[in-house]
Design a protein around this ligand. Structure first.
Ligand SMILES: Cc1cc2nc3c(=O)[nH]c(=O)nc-3n(C[C@H](O)[C@H](O)[C@H](O)COP(=O)(O)OP(=O)(O)OC[C@H]3O[C@@H](n4cnc5c(N)ncnc54)[C@H](O)[C@@H]3O)c2cc1C
Length: 332
């Protein structure tokens, strides 16, 4: 299929890279999660002829999960990959041009924004919507991968419900870990909070919530080295006081293992031009999707350190498309 069929494509023969292809679009969307596809639905219905590049993970983070039970409109729940296929089909129904490609560099210095995909395709756009998501951090254990979707999760709000009345562990010592442990304590019989240091980094207010929860047991100075179980997580092997004379190996029985050691927003490629917070989340003007560069908008997890849910990502994708449409109408 000719991916450039709808648009004028110009081979840039003067470029250093003879493979470079250039084209101009009105509205470019980067990312194919709930935020990107929702932006594409709204932008195509507003006649912005959006072109959406999917990135490596077509459909985004939800393609890595089995059941999504909290997205409105699916009373019986839905599988993540199926839901994202529905999002894509809905965007394409209104004419969104969905293509595979990874944004490898950007130039937001002029009024027309330039984004290079796969190091050789330059797309110039009047408006750009960035919806590149955020990636949860894992410990790097082989067993985390083995039990992905079978007891290992990086999102208590998403998966906590599946562990109602059961015993789980949360790894981390910051605000997210304290928040997730407290949330799970409201659902689960018991929550182990596995903390590497001898104190929590979380705010005093969050620490107090943890200390007040009678079913949270903090395992100070513990590190997870493995997970075990027949058909899913049944327990974790930990090392207590690693590297000290008191070092010992401990096993705990758990049904679920929640990572809460942070996320990495996928914003590196934009950082030269866009303001981010210290973690890397793109800063937007509160209540809008506008970044510090005119005509560049951000939606979904890449600009959201707080909620990181499919429905909030979709909502902000809608905001970005409406903001882009208004911006473009003023450009005319
Ligand atoms: C295992 C798991 C289970 C979850 N379960 C739920 C749930 O049940 N309910 C819920 O509400 N939320 C759930 N979440 C959270 C939810 O998936 C996210 O909040 C949501 O997907 C964020 O949407 P997004 O569009 O911002 O980004 P993402 O879904 O992360 O999509 C980002 C997109 O950007 C693309 N991309 C990244 N970098 C580039 C680049 N350089 N160039 C081009 N494209 C790029 C990627 O390929 C991807 O398509 C879950 C998350 C995980 C990991």
């Amino acid at each position: 299929m000719d991916i450039f069929k709808k648009l004028d494509v110009e081979k840039d023969t003067h470029s250093k890279n003879s493979l470079e292809i250039k084209e101009k679009v009105k509205c470019l969307i980067i990312g194919s999660g709930p935020a990107g596809y929702t932006a594409a639905i709204y932008a195509s219905r507003a006649n912005l002829n959006p072109v959406l590049y999917t990135g490596l993970q077509m459909g985004g983070q939800l393609t890595t999960t089995t059941d999504v039970d909290n997205y409105p409109g699916y009373p019986g729940g839905i599988s993540g990959p199926k839901m994202m296929e529905d999002f894509k089909r809905q965007a394409e129904r209104f004419g969104a041009d969905v293509r595979f490609g990874i944004a490898t560099s950007v130039d937001f210095s002029g009024r027309t924004h330039k984004v290079t995909f796969d190091d050789n395709k330059v797309v110039e756009a009047d408006a750009v919507i960035i919806a590149t998501g955020a990636t949860a951090k894992y410990l790097g254990l082989e067993s985390e991968t083995r039990y992905a979707g079978m007891g290992v999760s990086a999102c208590a709000t998403c998966d906590g419900f599946f562990y109602k009345g059961k015993t789980v562990a949360v790894v981390g010592g910051g605000d997210t870990a304290a928040e997730e442990a407290t949330y799970l304590a409201g659902l689960c019989k018991k929550v182990y909070l596995i903390v590497r240091r001898h104190e929590l980094r979380a705010s005093k207010a969050m620490q107090n919530k943890v200390f007040k929860s009678l079913n949270i047991e903090i395992l100070w100075e513990h590190q997870t080295i493995d997970l075990f179980g027949e058909n899913g997580v049944e327990g974790a092997t930990l090392i207590k006081k690693k590297g000290t004379p008191e070092e010992e190996t401990v096993k705990i029985k758990i049904d679920g293992f929640f990572l809460a050691i942070g996320h990495t927003p996928n914003s590196d490629v934009f950082k030269e031009y866009l303001e981010t917070d210290q973690v890397g989340y793109i800063k937007t003007i509160p209540g809008t999707s506008k970044t510090n560069v005119e005509g560049v908008f951000a939606a979904g997890d890449v600009q959201d350190p707080h909620y990181r849910q499919a429905v909030t990502a979709a909502g902000s994708g809608c905001m970005a498309a409406i903001d882009a449409e208004r911006y473009l109408s003023e450009l005319k």
